[in-house]
Write a protein that binds this ligand. Structure first.
Ligand code: HEC
Ligand code: HEC
Length: 430
């Protein structure tokens, strides 16, 4: 064998070894990523971060759910009531005898005791019950899934397989908080009386929550209507750098914000921007700009939580829910004539840029409550999952037609009737 032949054989062998080593590394990374995503999924669905001290300790929601008959107070929350306020049931958590019982009507959906049984099975999406060894409900906590998951209704309305990341636009958060017999602490936090608090909670309606109310105390918009935002999608965010309607920060930042300041989990959180008594009087009074808990049940979980959310792609609309030919024409209008793609660009249909209210033809109220003073371009993937409750942060446009009409007027786009309907079909196809 000639020397150069020997060298090239050694070279090829070496390359082979290198490739093998690289493949191993890749596999290991994928393994780690998969593990992280699995951990994040568990956290997203089931972790309360110790928020029971708020939802049960302060608001006594465990006793409200149980009802007087089961050692709590009031009528209790039957499965029918729970479904009526938009809570969802994970059908895969139900054992066959329970499924059979519900189908045969031998398990009553009018009895709060059934709700307790469902909680014991871990079947109520986003609500976690803690039970004593004797089987008594001791505490209730909520998880991210209560707002950011729904079910596919495959068993019956409100009962089915989990759909993580889909906003629960049926969930009436205000009505759920109103179940409390102890509204006083929340009312005093906001410097209002209890009846006022209950009125505001009653005005939110399904699919909405007012996260910034607990920072700035602004329950109403300048026009006197209630200020509450639609629960957004928590999928399709892989390429989204700025989260929330007003771009408060990246996903890790916002997840930490919510877990600490809205769910009242026990973690650590710091944001000097909240230490501003003009803009965020409630946050300053309560030290929300610098929260420390020991042990911290949140911070170490944030990377996995973000990895899980980033792993959820925006779902595709079912075939037949839009006109494909019109959608193809609408795509051209979206890009060219209507200039939508100047902001709704890239894989998430979002430019990761902040815009003033004037740029999109609306008022600045909600923007001005954010440290950014602007609105973030909403990612448009999976729009069909959020057809309930309207569009834009507060649902001000009831339908996609209304959204398109708004842009047509405020941006003087001169769209024809056909342009507009094609554009709507395109939006439905995303
Ligand atoms: C009580 C309902 C509720 C709960 C519980 C909740 N969220 Fe949200 N979430 C909202 C609402 C409402 C917004 C919109 C906030 C805004 O922009 O005003 C939001 C926004 C978000 C966003 C931004 C989405 C986007 O388009 O940028 C992410 C990410 C998110 N939540 C993740 C979480 C995680 C993770 C948890 C659990 C730690 C959680 N949320 C718990 C209601 C909730
Ligand atoms: C100047 C940037 C900009 C342009 C141009 C623009 N958008 Fe938007 N879009 C935004 C912002 C910012 C929001 C968030 C508004 C809010 O939540 O109040 C938004 C929200 C939306 C929503 C609501 C999504 C939801 O889930 O609530 C739809 C639908 C939409 N845009 C479609 C379009 C269409 C169609 C066009 C073209 C006719 C267009 N946009 C042009 C920036 C833009």
């Amino acid at each position: 064998m000639k020397t150069y032949e020997r060298i090239s054989i050694v070279g090829v062998l070496l390359l082979f070894v290198l490739i093998l080593a690289e493949c191993r590394k890749e596999n290991k990374n994928n393994g780690n990523n998969n593990q992280q995503i699995a951990d994040g999924k568990q956290t997203f669905r089931f972790d309360t971060y110790g928020d029971e001290s708020f939802w049960s300790g302060l608001l006594h929601l465990d006793s409200a759910i149980a009802g007087a008959q089961n050692g709590g107070y009031g009528p209790g929350v039957s499965p029918k009531t729970a479904l009526a306020v938009g809570l969802k049931v994970d059908a895969t958590a139900l054992p066959p005898d329970v499924v059979a019982g519900i189908q045969a009507g031998t398990i009553s959906l009018d009895d709060p005791a059934t709700t307790l049984a469902l909680l014991k099975l871990g079947a109520v999406v986003g609500v976690k019950g803690t039970f004593s060894s004797a089987g008594k409900l001791q505490a209730i906590g909520v998880t991210c899934a209560i707002c950011h998951s729904t079910v596919d209704n495959s068993f019956s309305a409100g009962i089915g397989n989990r759909l993580d990341g889909w906003p629960n636009r049926d969930l009436n958060v205000g009505a759920i908080i109103s179940l409390t017999d102890n509204a006083k602490p929340v009312a005093s936090l906001l410097h209002v009386d209890e009846p006022t608090l209950r009125t505001v909670l009653g005005l939110w309606g399904p699919g909405k929550f007012a996260a910034i109310l607990f920072m700035d105390g602004k329950a109403l918009k300048p026009d006197g209507t209630v200020a509450a935002n639609l629960i957004p999608a928590a999928f399709g965010l892989k390429d989204v750098k700025l989260t929330t309607y007003t771009g408060w920060g990246d996903i890790m930042y916002w997840n930490g914000f919510v877990a600490n300041l809205e769910m009242h989990g026990k973690g650590s959180f710091s944001d000097p921007r909240l230490n501003n008594s003009t803009k965020y009087p409630i946050a300053v009074e309560n030290g929300f700009f610098d929260v420390i808990n020991n042990p911290d049940l949140i911070t170490s979980k944030l990377p996995a939580l973000a990895a899980y959310q980033h792993s959820i792609a925006a779902p595709r609309p079912p075939a037949g829910t839009f006109d494909a030919t019109a959608a193809a024409a609408g795509r051209m209008i979206f890009t060219n004539k209507a200039k939508c793609a100047s902001c709704h660009s890239g894989p998430a249909y979002a430019d990761n840029v902040l815009h003033t209210g004037a740029e999109i033809g609306i008022d600045d109220f909600e923007a001005s409550r954010s440290p950014t003073d602007k609105y973030r371009t909403t990612p448009l993937g999976g729009l069909f999952t959020r057809s309930k409750g309207g569009y834009y942060h507060d649902g001000r446009f009831a339908t996609l037609n209304d959204v398109v009409d708004h842009y047509n007027t405020s941006m003087s786009l001169d769209l024809t009737t056909t342009d507009k309907s094609s554009l709507v079909e395109y939006l439905k196809s995303l």
